[in-house]
Write a protein that binds this ligand. Structure first.
Ligand code: SF4
Length: 621
């Protein structure tokens, strides 16, 4: 539920620096594993199971959006799709276009819900509604699972066999979704029994919650529903509408429906929020039977959601917390926390943010020792713990076991020199000694003073030297201070700046709060001119991969990346567009590779290696 949305420019924490339930829980499973993923950015395997869960939830939400009296059982899946559309395109940074998607256009014209007409042979009792809901699952499922397969196919860290997964488990998807809808139908019946509940009268007048369910109508739609009676007992058709929970709009962009604290340091995404009883009840959908160790995480997850609602709704308490295990067709209800519990939770979560999230980029690995937790399993439906395995079992399936000293299976990473096919020997850099910060001497060729809206000076300038000009721009607020009177023609030293890749694939220098600009008549020892790029050779093991594509103001962009662990440090490789080497298609997680002539760049405080046409990669094994 998108409470307190913050645009990227206004977000004081930014992506990767917010606490979420999963980040906090995973820290407790092993702090070292957490460190690898949060600090080094190593990504887990993209298994079919992960996207399968999304497909089941998407299917459930597509049916929840519809009405048995408006959508026939065999209507096409897209008939009530939300008209999310591109609203504005802004220049988030000088080199990047940011598209703002309007997730909930206000114009009635764009929405199909108000245009639908009642049809004659609509389901008239709850059994017919159940049959209708199950038939709608069969219509929506192929679309949802195909979208999931495409997302899995395109993931750089894809693992597993899709067809085998679908035969073994994926084919249960429609059953899972039908189980969830049966539980929703229990809600509709309860609402009918309560004569529509306390919101019946306001609903009949067309009054909707501030953030209404994405039911094919705009958020601020005030026209009473076509099924709304002016008086009398609530009907089944009315209760289907009134009981509809808020859910994640399948057409909304990823991560746009997250609830966020106004201060920005926590975010989480509810699956369903039921409000027909007049108070909020939060439900989380699980595409499983609740026997895995994750069942232990769910009570904490739900308590965290109770806190998030409380903290972002003027201390309003939720009236229910439930996990719906779609694989076991069962709902698990949790005891509600007290105000005191929630206050304590807020302190703990905020402390976690201070200790572990706000320190992103400067976390010390020695504070994150290998400390795997035992591995429990549960009876179906998130029931009692039936077995607890030794912590070493966690290491046996850990993706980082070959790099972690706690696993007992750590592999050596060689940094010895390497001979290429021409017999040329190459030495490798010690990454612990590579400083991505450089001091650059040159003449200002373009000058744009600026101001970042959240404070800072944020200058941007062209700097000329060595026969070339390089653009220098600010990261967030840029340097804390700059000399007065800078102008085109000023000779300057730009101190502790770093090279960074643009989306276009070019290189520019970045200024952050550690950088300075100094007026200087001549260069000092160690200064470089803008044209001299710091190049490094790397030998290491591929820990995870990344790829992406999109559009910017110059057209489309493509990116390939790899996180590399070396004997003496870690680095993220990144290549854009035509600089992406052909061999990237052959590189897999776990491969030992060498990279020659990468450019030492940075993203914030993190060392990166950018590839260009002079860089080379070879797979050793
Ligand atoms: S191998 Fe074991 S100790 Fe090391 S990160 Fe993985 S779970 Fe933690």
């Amino acid at each position: 539920m998108p409470t307190n949305t913050l645009s990227p420019d206004e977000d004081p924490c930014g992506p990767g620096m917010k606490v979420s339930h999963s980040s906090r829980w995973n820290y407790g499973l092993c702090s070292r594993s957490w460190f690898y993923e949060k600090e080094y950015g190593w990504r887990g395997l993209a298994l079919p199971l992960l996207v399968f869960g999304h497909a089941v939830e998407e299917t459930v939400c597509r049916v929840l959006r519809e009405s048995p009296e408006l959508i026939s059982a065999n209507a096409a899946s897209h008939v009530l799709d939300s008209p999310t559309h591109q609203k504005t395109v802004v220049w988030g940074r000088r080199d990047r276009q940011e598209t703002h998607i309007d997730q909930r256009p206000e114009s009635e014209e764009k929405w199909l819900g108000p245009k639908l007409m009642l049809f004659g042979d609509a389901p008239s009792d709850i059994e017919e509604i159940r049959k209708w809901a199950h038939a709608r699952v069969d219509v929506h499922w192929p679309r949802a699972i195909e979208g999931a397969r495409i997302a899995w196919e395109n993931d750089a860290n894809r693992s597993g066999n899709w067809n085998e997964f679908m035969q073994a488990r994926g084919n249960l998807g429609p059953n899972h979704a039908k189980n969830a809808l049966d539980m929703h139908i229990e809600e509709v019946l309860a609402c009918l029994e309560a004569n529509g509940g306390p919101t019946l009268e306001s609903w009949r007048k067309g009054i909707r919650p501030i953030i209404s369910a994405p039911d094919g109508r705009p958020n601020y739609h005030t026209i009473p529903h076509p099924f709304a009676n002016s008086e009398g007992s609530a009907t089944l058709a009315e209760c289907w509408e009134i009981a509809r929970p808020w859910f994640v709009d399948p057409e909304a962009g990823s991560f746009t429906q997250q609830a966020m604290l106004p201060e920005g340091w926590f975010q989480g995404e509810y699956d369903l929020v039921y409000r027909w009883e007049g108070t909020p009840r939060i439900v989380d959908l699980k595409a499983s039977n609740g026997t895995s160790e994750w069942a232990a995480a769910y009570p904490v997850q739900m308590k965290t959601y109770a806190w998030l609602w409380w903290a972002s709704h003027d201390h309003e308490m939720v009236s229910g917390l439930e996990t719906w295990y779609m694989g076991a067709a069962s709902r698990k209800k949790y005891n509600l926390p007290s105000q005191t519990d929630l206050q304590k939770m807020q302190q703990e979560l905020n402390q976690f943010w201070h200790d572990h999230m706000a320190t992103r980029g400067s976390r010390d690995i020695t504070n994150y020792p290998p400390n795997p937790a035992p591995v429990p399993s549960h009876s179906p439906g998130g029931g009692d713990v039936i077995e607890v395995k030794d912590p070493s079992e966690r290491c046996k399936v850990c993706l980082w076991a070959n790099i972690c000293e706690g696993s007992g299976e750590m592999m050596e990473i060689s940094s010895t020199e390497w001979e290429d096919v021409n017999g040329t020997s190459h030495q490798f850099n010690d990454l612990s000694q590579v400083n991505s910060r450089v001091n650059v001497f040159g003449t200002i060729s373009t000058w744009k003073g600026g101001e970042w809206r959240h404070g800072g000076i944020a200058p941007a300038l062209g700097i000329w030297g060595g026969g070339t000009s390089t653009w220098v721009s600010s990261y967030k607020g840029g340097p804390k201070e700059i000399p007065e009177g800078l102008h085109v023609g000023s000779k300057v030293r730009v101190i502790d700046t770093y090279f960074a890749k643009t989306r276009k694939g070019g290189l520019q220098l970045k200024l952050d709060d550690l950088s300075r600009i100094e007026i200087a008549e001549e260069a000092k020892e160690g200064d470089i001119v803008p044209s001299s790029l710091p190049r490094i050779n790397i030998r290491g093991r591929v820990m995870s991969l990344a790829k992406g594509q999109g559009e910017h103001n110059f057209g489309t962009w493509k990116r390939w990346g790899a996180s590399i662990a070396t004997e003496n440090g870690n680095i993220d490789l990144s290549a854009m567009n035509e600089d992406i080497p052909f061999i990237s298609a052959e590189i897999n997680r776990g491969d030992e590779i060498v990279i020659l002539n990468a450019i030492a760049t940075a993203f914030g405080a993190k060392l990166q290696g950018a590839l260009d046409q002079l860089s080379q990669i070879a797979i050793i094994k």
